[in-house]
Design a protein around this ligand. Structure first.
Ligand code: 2NF
Length: 250
């Protein structure tokens, strides 16, 4: 006899990506065997299990950094000094750039970011299954949802690990080029380690065809500069950095 179960709670956000577990496993093998074989052995079975264990059978609105700690420990991965690239509101362009500059890394060029990029997931406390119907929306349901907490946790580690000159691609075609509520503005900037980060280099990119404006001297970018100054990190900024500008033309 099958026990009746209450239907899964209906959240405002999209549900778990179909075949999430298989996609995570496949991406883990692709990354460790093909994209970056020099990384050495990683146990993808173990990593896949730790990933889902972090959120299955739990309240998707009370996710914590601790939930993801076992996963984090299985996936530590050094990024060489001077090679970290953050981005905010400029995902496509930043990733186009690291495709050309294979020595530079966005979070999505590291194992965990590569595995999770573009996917959605959540569980339910009353079930050991994933919720494929809906997941909490971070604005409308709760901010401590399993998906947002994951990105906050991996973004924090990515920033803590950064060293030397670190880089960020910002979008100069929107009003808040530096957005204090974004992951870059909330998490990454505050987790850079002043003792090993020499400088943050910002590249502020404008959409093609938009009239040239000097966003490096805009008030939002100045806010970023002040935050870094208080944290004893040198800041430099360049509008329409040439190598990235050229990518906007193809
Ligand atoms: O999906 C990703 N790959 C991802 C998500 C969040 C954060 C990557 N990150 C890391 C990257 F490493 C970048 O350096 O943080 C940086 C980019 O995040 P951002 O928030 O500064 O940039 P946005 O363009 O504003 O946002 C990126 C995506 O994340 C979503 C947002 O809707 C967009 O799809 N997002 C931002 N904050 C949250 C949140 N608290 C969020 N989604 C859920 N909860």
């Amino acid at each position: 006899i099958l026990m009746w179960r209450p239907p899964p709670k209906q959240w405002k956000g999209e549900g778990t990506t179909a075949h999430l577990y298989e996609i995570l496993l496949g991406r883990c093998y692709t990354y460790t065997q093909i994209v970056r074989p020099e990384l050495g052995h990683k146990d993808c079975q173990k990593i896949g299990k730790a990933f889902t264990k972090a959120f299955l059978s739990k309240d998707p609105c009370s996710s914590t950094e601790q939930d993801y700690q076992p996963l984090m420990e299985l996936t530590d991965e050094p990024v060489p000094c001077d090679k970290t690239l953050f981005w905010s509101k400029s995902s496509e362009l930043a990733h186009d750039y690291t495709r050309v500059r294979q020595d530079m890394f966005t979070l999505e060029d590291t194992l965990l970011g590569y595995m999770a990029d573009g996917l959605k997931w959540c569980g339910d406390p009353g079930s050991s299954e994933m919720n494929y119907h809906s997941c909490p929306d971070w604005r409308e349901d709760c901010s401590n949802n399993s998906f947002s907490v994951f990105w906050n946790t991996v973004s924090k580690r990515f920033a803590e690990d950064a060293c030397g000159v670190v880089h960020v691609v910002l979008n100069g075609s929107i009003r808040n080029t530096f957005d204090e509520r974004s992951t870059f503005g909330r998490v990454e900037v505050f987790n850079l380690r002043p003792e090993k980060v020499n400088r943050l280099q910002a590249w502020v990119m404008h959409d093609l065809g938009s009239v040239h404006s000097d966003s490096c001297s805009s008030s939002s970018v100045n806010d970023l500069k002040q935050i870094l100054k208080r944290r004893s990190i040198t800041f430099s900024c360049q509008n329409n950095y040439r190598p990235i500008r050229l990518l906007q033309c193809v």
